[in-house]
Design a protein around this ligand. Structure first.
Ligand code: ZN
Length: 343
């Protein structure tokens, strides 16, 4: 396992130093699986600052949007689209609803509303809500697979709050099923396959290496281990890796239960450090096909900017146009802060 990191020094004199040179160190990292790049300004990473969000402004926005929210219980049965090819118009389990996305990006693109509450801070979202939301989404995936066997690549994802791309603040997951994987899942599966041709399961090796090094391992356990990503795609990136499972269709009720316990811990940590907005995606192999000899199902969770009125996006030219994220906290510091939340 190669954790490739190189540093370079930028020489400059900041305005406060009386023209004295104060060099800053930049670390370049390469993802051990795909070679994806990222960089960290170590100086800046030592003082990560997430603007503490104005909760009252958010609550005000929640009040304002509640009246017309299509996902709130009073309107969900009249203001959301319905399926036309499944045995149900919408799938309901307890407080959770699954229905089509009004403007789909996929042949099968659905929304899972997993709580009746219009607005919650991350730390207020319960493991039970997440548990039910994921389970009903998995049930929907099974139904889609019955209907359309060619749609094999599932995505289960979460954009939380507008800085993460959510247009509706009412908490909801998104589910997509396509005939081909997304670009990154395709790259990861292909790269994992190449490791296998050298007789290595990359994911097993990764878990072993991270466990041995200890610096980024947050929690090693079955069925799911939690690791801070070595070369992150986004800030405060956490990976949840399901050992020996390759697809969302492999998850048992117990797997989901263990996952949401960890996820609730990550959300509590985010909340305590000022993060309010997140993205999460499950990177899954094909449904009902076991490729776990070389690819493990994993979820990636990243923090997004705090929704203040004029917040600064974390998606600048390097992220958006050069696919090389600038990360504001070292994965090693992240792992250290996160451990007690998952203990
Ligand atoms: Zn609502």
């Amino acid at each position: 396992m190669v954790f490739d990191r190189k540093t370079a020094t930028a020489k400059l004199s900041p305005p406060s130093s009386g023209e004295e040179e104060r060099p800053q160190e930049i670390e370049y990292r390469r993802d051990p699986l795909t070679g994806r790049l990222s960089r960290i300004n170590i100086e800046r990473a030592r003082r990560p600052k997430q603007t503490i969000g104005d909760v009252s402004a958010l609550r005000e926005m929640a009040e304002r949007t509640r009246e017309s929210c299509p996902f709130c219980p009073e309107r969900i049965e009249t203001s959301t689209p319905t399926f036309t090819q499944l045995p149900y118009r919408r799938l309901r389990r307890g407080e959770c609803w699954v229905f089509p996305n009004l403007f789909p990006f996929s042949k099968h693109h659905a929304v899972t509303v997993f709580t009746q509450h219009h607005f919650k801070l991350l730390k207020e979202i319960t493991a039970e809500e997440l548990n039910q939301g994921i389970n009903v989404s998995l049930e929907f995936l099974r139904d889609i697979h019955q209907l359309d066997k060619a749609a094999r690549y599932p995505i289960l994802a979460w954009n939380y709050l507008p800085p993460a791309g959510a247009s509706i603040i009412h908490p909801h997951f998104q589910i997509m099923v396509d005939e081909r994987p997304t670009g990154i899942v395709g790259q990861e599966i292909e790269a994992s396959g190449k490791f296998l041709s050298d007789g290595v399961c990359f994911w097993e090796e990764l878990l072993e290496a991270e466990r041995e090094l200890g610096e980024r391992m947050v929690k090693f356990s079955e069925p799911v281990s939690w690791v801070a990503g070595f070369s992150p795609l986004g800030n405060r990136e956490v990976l949840a890796i399901f050992r020996g499972k390759s697809s969302l269709s492999d998850l048992t009720k117990r797997d989901v239960e263990e996952f949401v316990k960890g996820l609730a811990g990550v959300l509590r940590y985010y909340s305590d450090s000022g993060v309010m907005s997140v993205n999460m995606v499950f990177y899954s192999g094909p449904l009902y096909e076991d490729i776990s000899r070389y690819f493990y199902l994993h979820a990636r969770i990243v923090a997004r900017p705090t929704p203040t009125t004029l917040y600064v996006s974390d998606d600048g030219f390097l992220e958006k146009l050069c696919a090389e994220p600038v990360i504001d906290m070292t994965p090693e510091d992240l792992a250290e802060s996160l451990r007690r939340y998952l203990a």
